[in-house]
Ligand binder design. Sequence first.
Ligand SMILES: Nc1nc2c(ncn2[C@@H]2O[C@H](COP(=O)(O)OP(=O)(O)OP(=O)(O)O)[C@@H](O)[C@H]2O)c(=O)[nH]1
Ligand SMILES: [Mg+2]
Length: 430
Amino acid sequence: MLVAIAGALPEPRRASLRTIRDPETGQEVDRGIVLFFAGPSSFTGEDVVEILLHGGRAVIASVLALLGRLGCRLAEPGEFARRAFDNGKIDLTEAEGIADLIDAETEAQHRQAVRQAGGELHRLYEGWRAELVTAMALTEASIDFSDEADVADDAMARAREMVVALTARIAAHLKDGRRGEILRDGFRVVLAGPPNVGKSSLLNALARRDAAIVSPEAGTTRDVIEVRLDLEGLPVIVSDTAGIRAAEGDVEREGIRRTLARGREADLVLWLMDARAPAWEVPEEFAGDVGRVMWVMNKGDLVDTECLAQAAAPHPGPLPVSLRFHGERQNVFVSALTGAGMAELVSRIAALTRERIAPDDAPVITQARHRVALEDCARCLQDNLAQDVRHAELAAEDLRRSANALGRITGRVDSEQVLDQIFLRFCIGK
Ligand SMILES: Nc1nc2c(ncn2[C@@H]2O[C@H](COP(=O)(O)OP(=O)(O)OP(=O)(O)O)[C@@H](O)[C@H]2O)c(=O)[nH]1
Ligand SMILES: [Mg+2]
């Protein structure tokens, strides 16, 4: 195909300047660089040709038309990654890492995606799977040698030892505070509080644009408005919500229901108050877990410093340790109008985010799909350890199921549905 439009195939991995011609008319279409990657050491594992053209619309349209006449078609979204996966060049976690790399919006997300695309999770989960296969072989050996009690007992004991060690490692991996998933999806901050305290104004100040409508009327915001921010290199999703009060109509009631639902799922609730008359009381939906609440006093520009000091008087009732921030209370004064205190607020949110997704050298779970499979694997290992040693067949079956659970993460054990979901995330040409 390439030969027809650009002459002989260049040497693999060597850039070669070529004239692209219509093979029928001999007319020159463009001049560009042609690269040839010979399979199996190309990205997809197949022979791949790349043509670098001048990016003009007419040039691209002509070359695509030429290639179309020669029997080529455009790739589907994610087709290159899918072919690389089908040819065993990458596993599913690496494919997901590539998709995350393309979607990464912040430095921290970028770093995590690079590690995953580079095969960090592949090595971890395949390593564990290989250990399970060994434990399974030992368990099966104990069946084969059941008439030689010593050998059988020894094989079973070794298998058990491996399973105990692996169970502990998987449990530690699962107990990561959802660090990887929060980093990938964003740390969720919900702005909540009574009406008119300036929640929407604060959202706009954080986003540095007019994302939400602001008005002196109480009950302005009804729907949840979400803004994705990059705070000191960390992904943070801030949601503005309807002010909480005894609602005046169905629409407002629904808005408040949504506020409370968001607040329950949030990683951090910023409870906003008017500094002139702070309403400290948070709804019981958040009160159960006050470690997630930060009290923020807005409209600081409307009160004098004496009032500020008074307003800062300790919040009544016991103060849980989780509410302290570097030994201080989580109360912050801001003015969404003048911007005073905003830098302090941003740095506190960023510090809390960093605490939750503290970068660490250990690989972390990045997708709910992985967590489900790991939990399944851990359950099968528990079953294995609970088996009576006389039931070696059942113990081996538990290990087979646990190894399959890990295989589902890397795609070794695949389901078409999961594959479609993963590769559909890609854009055309990836
Ligand atoms: N002086 C002063 N006014 C503010 C400040 N923040 C907000 N406002 C004003 O307070 C009023 C209400 O602001 P909003 O941001 O709409 O308040 P809200 O909490 O989103 O209100 P609802 O959506 O109705 O719950 C508007 O008139 C704002 O201009 C501030 O820091 N200082
Ligand atoms: Mg509002």
